[in-house]
Design a binder for this molecule. Structure first.
Ligand SMILES: Cc1cc2nc3c(=O)[nH]c(=O)nc-3n(C[C@H](O)[C@H](O)[C@H](O)COP(=O)(O)O)c2cc1C
Length: 338
């Protein structure tokens, strides 16, 4: 077992921290991330959680493969065995990931049975062993994504002690999904909605540890709400809003960097070469367009866009023309509304 590491200040970890897209199982696959990258060129992107065992024994091309344009990109690992996590982290580094993140927030039954995810909030010493082992194995930053506690925990000091332990073990940054996880009686979906958000705990964590990079996650859905957090923490991580209303990523990035705002149609046009290349490789259009459905969220004609893509993308021979058709329908519907 490796010795605990001294805190390693790493200025690189701050690159892309102001805005990141949350790890989301079944959602943030490589196609999704390529799209998000176009929308927000500077944002930090996260993979879906992959268990350390899968990284070691599974189909690496399928689990770890990514497009060269996706950087800065973090692999999120699940697990609680320090040696396996260290091995998986090394593989991630070899594949070119810019960060390795440990999941201490997922509340699903499957994850609890495997003794990882949110139930690790109750095992700070074990998590610290995992973090130290990963830190000893790689040069890229090792980070932790956690909750405030589990079940009816209501103790800021215990939460802060958990974080301090991980930082002491070498964690370079903490992502705080600012609510508890309830391990019994709530589904993972309910666990993203029912336990109350307490941003003040993340603010206090940052205030008391100014040198520690802290990213706030949970319930951020608008540019204004996300930007307001930056007075208190180093960055914001958007999950569901980024997926269901991805243009918000573009607007946020524009506000944060001063880059010009481009239209939704321009975003799609920028994605076209990637889509065509994937189609040439035999990837079905639906695997990419499922991540685009929210692009016109809340816009006149947005339902038409979604309908054309969801009804047509699985059909044999579906290609870029379908996306153009969806845009055309959206435009017509929007003109009617207007
Ligand atoms: C479909 C879905 C899958 C998720 N999968 C993961 C995951 O693999 N790892 C993780 O740490 N969190 C996962 N989460 C939680 C998100 O990363 C995030 O913490 C949560 O959705 C709260 O942020 P939000 O309110 O911006 O969505 C998932 C969330 C959703 C909606």
């Amino acid at each position: 077992m490796p010795a605990l590491q001294a805190v390693r200040p790493n200025p690189d970890v701050l690159e892309g921290l102001r805005l990141s897209v949350a790890p989301m199982m079944d959602w943030t696959d490589t196609h999704c991330r390529v799209f998000h990258r176009l929308l927000a060129p500077g944002a930090r992107l996260y993979t879906e959680m992959v268990h350390a065992n899968a990284v070691i024994h599974g189909d690496r091309q399928r689990l770890l493969g990514f497009d060269a344009g996706e950087h800065p990109l973090a692999l999120q690992l699940g697990g609680s065995d320090p040696a396996l996590l260290a091995q998986a982290a090394r593989i991630a580094e070899d594949w070119g990931y810019d960060e390795v993140n440990l999941n201490c927030g997922c509340p699903s039954d499957r994850v609890q049975a495997g003794r990882f995810g949110a139930c690790l909030m109750r095992e700070p010493a074990l998590v610290a062993e995992c973090v130290a082992a990963m830190v000893a194995a790689v040069r890229v930053p090792v980070t932790v994504k956690c909750r405030l506690g589990v079940d009816d925990d209501d103790d800021y000091a215990a939460f802060a002690a958990f974080v301090d332990r991980q930082v002491g073990a070498g964690a370079a940054m903490i992502v705080v999904h600012a609510r508890n996880a309830w391990l019994k009686g709530l589904s993972p979906k309910e666990n993203r909605e029912v336990p109350p958000l307490r941003y003040d705990w993340a603010y206090r964590l940052k205030r008391e540890r100014p040198a520690l990079p802290v990213v706030l996650n949970g319930g951020l859905a608008t540019v204004e709400a996300a930007q307001a957090q930056l007075a208190h923490v180093d960055g914001v991580m958007l999950g569901r809003a980024a997926y269901h209303d991805p243009y918000v990523l573009h607007l946020l990035e524009a506000v944060q960097t001063g880059a010009p705002v481009r239209s939704r149609e321009a975003m799609l046009e920028a994605l076209r070469p990637y889509v065509e290349e994937q189609l040439r490789r035999g990837v079905g259009l639906k695997h990419i367009t499922r991540h685009l459905l929210g692009l016109y969220h809340g816009q006149p004609g947005g339902r038409g866009f979604r309908k054309v893509l969801s009804e047509g993308a699985h059909l044999p021979g579906a290609g870029w023309g379908l996306v153009e058709q969806a845009v055309a329908v959206t435009r017509v519907q929007a003109e009617r509304c207007g």
